[in-house]
Design a protein around this ligand. Structure first.
Ligand SMILES: *[C@@H]1O[C@H](CO)[C@@H](O)[C@H](O)[C@H]1NC(C)=O
Ligand SMILES: *[C@@H]1O[C@H](CO)[C@@H](O)[C@H](O)[C@H]1NC(C)=O
Ligand SMILES: *[C@@H]1O[C@H](CO)[C@@H](O)[C@H](O)[C@H]1NC(C)=O
Ligand SMILES: *[C@@H]1O[C@H](CO)[C@@H](O)[C@H](O)[C@H]1NC(C)=O
Ligand SMILES: *[C@@H]1O[C@H](CO)[C@@H](O)[C@H](O)[C@H]1NC(C)=O
Ligand SMILES: *[C@@H]1O[C@H](CO)[C@@H](O)[C@H](O)[C@H]1NC(C)=O
Ligand SMILES: *[C@@H]1O[C@H](CO)[C@@H](O)[C@H](O)[C@H]1NC(C)=O
Ligand SMILES: *[C@@H]1O[C@H](CO)[C@@H](O)[C@H](O)[C@H]1NC(C)=O
Ligand SMILES: *[C@@H]1O[C@H](CO)[C@@H](O)[C@H](O)[C@H]1NC(C)=O
Ligand SMILES: *[C@@H]1O[C@H](CO)[C@@H](O)[C@H](O)[C@H]1NC(C)=O
Ligand SMILES: *[C@@H]1O[C@H](CO)[C@@H](O)[C@H](O)[C@H]1NC(C)=O
Length: 580
């Protein structure tokens, strides 16, 4: 799916969206019958899957509260256990909402087994509304039509924010922009209502959790426990599984559940999106600052934004910020970009928030941005435009999950965002575009079930929570909130690194802890902090571990476990889709 100009190898719209970039794998099986409880396996139509991987589907009730409503067909991918005795299935979810678990299992199953254990079948599924699962989200005639609908609107180019946050003209301009955003949300959701009607109701996480429960019974039997590994939005599914019915079915069925890159499901379900960001973005500035520290340390040979060995992090930061702020007054033409356009202040911020998600690519981040500062914004614009072609999959999940709320005035949305901009991070308005969960006040349907908590259940087995110290999209503060609510039903494992999920900078320490957890339920000792195996910039520069650790940048350790590390890199590149 690569097109010309995608030379930076990463995408901007990542954040909790990491899964969106996984390829689809279609099941090469003929639909024999469609009876609830049917499960069918065959080969995968997509020839990029691993040897031994299988694709298929399960037929489940469309509506668990209405048996006459029909069926849903959940697309599945499987990579069997390779050692015996087989211990059961582990369901995997790569995030989004929008990522396909089928592709994760069929493209990376054997590598995931290095982390989860060879004694487990790795089961990927496309959640409701996503990938090959039916019903699919088809609001627009095609994903291209949706892309055309938002092109060059605020939903595409982001918010331009004046460096003078307190200037009333800035606030006025943002409120006007917000009026556009609200009308665009209203329009696209009206389109969804017209084209999909009631089919839209069945795509929330409560229903997805019931599917996992249902499919665990189909695959492993009525008494089997639910095992699950979820990244990013997948951590929301994990929390629903662990909490749906405080004293009910799922908490009593929790086997091994690990969640990595944590979204606070309580806020996700109970609060309007525009109020999330004080917490959600609490590590974003930290990640941004680390970029400049690591860039200064790497020096000009590895980090194109460093002019000399003498450049301090502050020098580099000041030049970048100065450039981004000047774009507010004077956008930079990019006539040579794949889709020619202008680099605006809003687009520059979208570029950076996307870059912070994947520190493994910080070298190309620096190259692209240095080129823009030298007058050629092609690579930056291409990166920002490299959005996955999608319909309204994400909203179909987040808006079915979100408790209805009174429509906020544009002034309320902007004043909250300005608070975040001034007191939390300069990416306060960027996130609403890079992680599109807003506008749910216009969602046209009500799901059959919407779980809203409580979130403090006692689970049959404790769950493993993994957070990075500087995750720009799913901060450690969210991991701590979930850990605190679940108490002894959870353990928190920390990776001392920037980036989104522990796969952003692979760590064999994290992987070995996860493996012990899946194998034996062993939990890391409270307070365990792992290091990544290498830092964001190339090895030559990060090899001076003592020096780096001493000066407090993101640290690096050298590991002897090459096979495990190679597997982590494979999973990571699958998920972030480097060079694909
Ligand atoms: C996989 O399929 C693609 C497109 O269908 C084709 O171009 C490619 O050659 C195939 N690769 C293999 C290894 O068969
Ligand atoms: C995977 O295991 C199932 C039994 O659980 C078996 O029917 C199937 O053939 C296996 N698939 C492969 C590719 O070996
Ligand atoms: C159940 O679904 C059927 C078919 O869509 C519908 O006609 C009926 O009204 C639904 N029943 C309830 C209680 O929602
Ligand atoms: C910011 O805007 C206000 C109101 O227009 C103005 O008084 C102030 O001088 C500006 N600050 C800077 C640093 O330009
Ligand atoms: C770096 O700093 C040293 C000592 O302050 C100075 O002599 C040298 O010219 C500087 N080099 C550059 C490239 O700025
Ligand atoms: C665009 O490409 C042309 C031809 O290579 C080059 O002359 C020009 O400087 C480029 N413009 C920008 C803004 O990079
Ligand atoms: C930032 O926080 C301070 C202290 O809470 C508050 O007075 C100020 O209004 C906030 N800034 C904005 C733009 O809301
Ligand atoms: C769990 O949370 C609910 C709702 O917030 C609260 O009423 C209840 O007391 C909590 N239970 C425990 C054991 O903390
Ligand atoms: C949690 O576990 C610790 C150590 O086993 C124990 O001291 C504590 O009482 C437990 N807390 C709860 C709420 O069960
Ligand atoms: C699980 O426990 C068994 C028995 O104590 C041990 O041999 C094995 O190494 C453990 N596995 C992991 C991955 O920790
Ligand atoms: C490693 O880094 C430290 C601290 O920056 C520095 O003093 C030392 O000279 C470096 N060692 C090498 C081999 O570059």
């Amino acid at each position: 799916m690569a097109t010309g100009g995608r030379n930076t190898g990463w995408k901007h719209q990542l954040g909790a969206l990491i899964g969106l970039y996984l390829q689809n794998s279609t099941a090469n099986v003929s639909p024999v019958q469609r009876k609830v409880g049917d499960i069918v396996w065959g080969s995968c139509a997509d020839n990029s899957t691993l040897p031994g991987a299988e694709c298929g589907y399960a037929i489940v009730p469309l509506d668990y509260f209405n048996s006459t409503a029909g069926v849903a067909k959940i697309a599945l991918g499987r990579y069997n256990a390779t050692t015996s005795p087989r211990k059961g299935s582990v369901f995997v979810n790569p995030g989004g909402p929008g990522g396909t678990g089928v592709s994760l299992a069929t493209g990376s199953g054997s590598f995931l087994q290095q982390v989860i254990g060879e004694e487990y079948d790795i089961i990927g599924f496309d959640p409701r509304g996503i990938g090959q699962t039916e019903p699919a989200t088809r609001c627009f005639p095609s994903p291209e039509a949706r892309t055309a609908f938002i092109a060059n609107t605020v939903l595409d180019r982001g918010y331009d924010v004046s460096p003078n946050l307190t200037d009333p003209a800035n606030r006025y301009h943002l409120i006007q922009t917000q009026r556009d955003a609200d009308a665009l949300y209203k329009t696209q959701f009206a389109i969804c209502g017209q084209t999909m009607g009631d089919q839209l109701r069945y795509m929330g996480t409560s229903t997805v959790s019931r599917d996992i429960d249902f499919m665990t019974t189909l695959l492993d039997g009525k008494d089997a426990l639910i095992n699950f590994y979820g990244l990013s939005y997948g951590t929301v599914i994990g929390q629903y599984l662990a909490n749906m019915y405080a004293a009910g079915l799922f908490p009593e069925r929790i086997g091994r559940v690990a969640i990595d890159g944590v979204v606070d499901a309580d806020a996700w379900a109970n609060k309007p999106a525009y109020t999330w960001y004080r917490t959600w973005l609490s590590s974003t500035e930290g990640a941004y600052k680390l970029f400049f520290e690591d860039c200064a340390k790497a020096g000009p040979s590895e980090c194109a934004l460093a002019k000399s060995r003498n450049d301090s992090a502050t020098d580099i930061y000041n030049r970048v910020e100065d450039f981004v702020n000047k774009l507010y007054d004077e956008p930079l033409p990019a006539p040579n970009a794949t889709i020619p356009g202008i680099l605006t202040n809003g687009r520059a911020r979208l570029f950076w928030i996307g870059a912070l998600v994947v520190p493994q690519n910080w070298q190309s981040t620096a190259q692209a941005f240095a080129a823009a500062m030298a007058g050629d914004a092609s690579a930056v614009l291409d990166a920002v435009n490299e959005k996955e072609l999608v319909d309204m999959e994400r909203s179909a999940v987040s808006c079915n999950d979100n408790k209805p709320f009174a429509p906020p005035k544009p002034e309320d949305v902007i004043d909250e965002a300005l608070f975040v901009q001034q007191n939390v991070t300069r990416f306060g308005l960027t996130i609403t575009i890079s992680e599109p969960d807003s506008g749910c006040q216009f969602w046209p349907v009500t799901p059959p079930e919407r779980f809203l908590g409580p979130w403090n259940s006692t689970t049959k087995n404790p769950i493993l929570i993994i957070s990075n110290t500087n995750d720009p999209a799913t901060p450690i503060s969210s991991g701590e909130i979930v850990h605190k609510a679940l108490g002894n039903s959870s353990a928190l494992l920390v990776l001392d690194a920037p980036g989104h999920t522990s796969l952003a900078l692979p760590s064999t320490c994290i992987a070995l802890n996860a493996r012990a957890f899946f194998a034996n339920g062993t939990l890391p000792v409270e307070g365990t902090v792992c290091q990544p195996n290498s830092g964001p910039f190339p090895e030559a520069e990060t090899a001076n571990i003592t020096g780096l650790a001493a000066i407090g940048s993101s640290k690096a350790l050298v590991s002897s476990d090459d096979k495990l590390l190679a597997s982590l890199r494979h999973i990571s590149s699958h998920i972030f889709k480097f060079g694909a």
